[in-house]
Ligand binder design. Structure first.
Ligand code: SF4
Ligand code: FE
Length: 487
């Protein structure tokens, strides 16, 4: 029974082999060769490989895999187009599961969410313009499903002067746009930033960053592109404490197995063949694509950040045990508060999925209002959870000496004596836990847990705009008028 599954799904080893390609990537001012061996990058690759590993396991097959509605084959859920409310719920459950396994951003949801948005938008585009974007997109995506490809989603432009429209910028490339067109395709120029998944993906789906208006048609483009396409340059983003990964010490890193990353991606006249273009100038559909993608990704946060929260709550509970304060009533209460906040986020992820609905194209979409409420809470609760962690752990979270000192013949024994806590707890285990918590609170992993929670899938104000649009205040005013017989 699993034979078929193994054929359709990549193993982690096959995934690792498949991403070994020459990428035009720069870090610290130098071109990176064999990026898969770079100590700063490796943890992010391990994270993606974990998705492929979990999909091979019988235990997780219900969440991690499903059948393609287009081919009938068993596929990784990250390549699925949701066919039911149950699919939407399973997506969030899967994201929580993976968050629990890696405690960081696992990078694969952006292309997944972009695909689900494009599936319905291209269908509606074709209906209006008699184009064949939907068929093109399905063909493109069947290849993704059949080869179990990792796909990034690229939305955020550099934006230049935020007070100006794309076409009013001094430099027209501040928003990615078409600069030329041939019979075979288009040429695009611009940059996409905060690209978590780019480097470890085989392909990317590019979308506009905002609603494009008439007169700005060159900016209303969406297409698929290979991440190593000619004309693409990548620059690796710095993260706090990133060079700790280059020290010969696992313990200093915190989460030494897994991690996220961010890439600055520059498109210098990249050719996109017609068969990979899914929108070209149809400005009135650009806003819908942005909103649907953002909605799906705001739903995602009700799963992934909850999984990381689970690990953090576990780490905090364990450190209070190690340090002998776990029975204090205020400690127990703060742990309950952390759980309450974390589960509230999960409630939002499950709720917006449960109220999902069928689009005309046949695929299912989450409830837009609740998805935005979900993400708005995600911009707040992880910060409060993190504040409670810092409270419970103590000042040692940012005063801990290095592992080298811990192992030094001179000061090591003295440090071990004074870093000892409850009987039976090893200093090394406490040290690893403290570094892990430090890392999430203020190191590299703070990107995955805090900054992404704030700005990923749109900054808080973007959700407030959508909440305003979706909340129907007029209807609420009518409710009170009806009760009080106000005309
Ligand atoms: Fe997935 Fe969360 Fe990372 Fe977005 S932030 S790609 S939803 S893990
Ligand atoms: Fe993200």
């Amino acid at each position: 029974m699993r034979e078929n599954l193994k054929m359709a799904l990549k193993t982690p080893e096959e995934y690792l082999e498949s991403i070994k390609r020459d990428m035009n990537l720069y870090m610290f001012g130098e071109k990176v060769k064999e990026f898969w061996n770079h100590p700063i990058i490796k943890p992010s690759i391990n994270t993606v490989a974990k998705i492929y590993e979990l999909a091979q396991m019988e235990e997780y097959k219900d969440l991690m895999t499903t059948h393609s509605h287009m081919t009938g084959e068993i596929i990784n859920r990250f390549t699925h187009i949701h066919q039911s409310v149950d699919d939407l719920i399973k997506k969030v459950k899967m994201q929580r599961l993976i968050g629990q396994k890696v405690a960081c951003c696992f990078q694969r949801c952006v292309g997944f969410d972009a695909a689900n948005a494009l599936y319905s938008v291209t269908h509606e585009l074709d209906k209006k313009y008699n184009t064949n974007y939907h068929e093109r997109f399905k063909n493109y995506w069947i290849e993704v499903q059949n080869q179990d490809l990792m796909v990034d989603g690229a939305m955020t432009d550099t934006k230049g002067d935020r007070g100006k429209r794309p076409s009013d910028q001094t430099d027209p490339d501040q928003y990615l746009h078409m600069v030329d067109e041939t019979d075979d395709g288009i040429i695009v120029r611009g940059a996409k930033v905060h690209q978590t998944g780019w480097l470890n993906s085989h392909r990317a789906i590019v979308m506009p960053t905002l609603t494009i208006r008439p007169g700005e048609e060159e900016y209303a483009v969406s297409f698929g592109v290979d991440t190593d396409a000619k004309g693409i340059t990548m620059v690796y983003g710095r993260q706090s404490c990133d060079t700790r990964k280059m020290e010969d010490s696992k313990m200093e890193v915190g989460n030494y197995k897994y991690g996220g990353q961010e890439i600055f991606v520059i498109f210098e006249d990249v050719f996109i063949p017609n068969e990979n273009i899914f929108m070209k100038g149809e400005v009135e559909f650009s806003g819908e694509l942005v909103n649907r993608f953002a909605g799906f990704h705001r739903q995602s946060y009700g799963g992934c950040k909850v999984g990381i929260g689970d690990v953090l709550i576990g780490a905090t509970s364990l450190i209070t045990e190690y340090q002998g304060v776990n029975n204090a009533s205020h400690i127990k209460d703060k742990l309950i508060e952390m759980i309450h906040l974390n589960e509230t986020l999960y409630c939002c992820g499950i709720a917006c999925s449960s109220l999902g609905f069928k689009r005309e194209a046949g695929n299912y979409e989450m409830d837009m209002l609740l998805a935005n409420v979900c993400k708005q809470n995600v911009t707040r609760f992880p910060y409060e959870i993190s504040r409670l962690i810092d409270d419970l752990v103590g000042g040692i979270i940012c005063t801990l000496p290095s592992e080298a000192d811990l192992k030094s013949e001179e000061v090591g024994p003295l440090l071990k004596k004074y870093l000892s806590v409850c009987d039976g707890v090893s200093v090394e285990d406490r040290y690893k836990l403290l570094r892990f918590i430090e890392n999430i609170s203020m190191g590299v992993a703070a990107v995955s847990y805090k900054v992404e929670s704030m700005h990923g899938a749109g900054s808080p104000q973007a959700q407030r705009i959508m909440i305003t649009r979706q909340s129907n205040l007029e209807k609420k005013k009518q409710l009170i008028k009806d009760i009080l017989d106000i005309e």
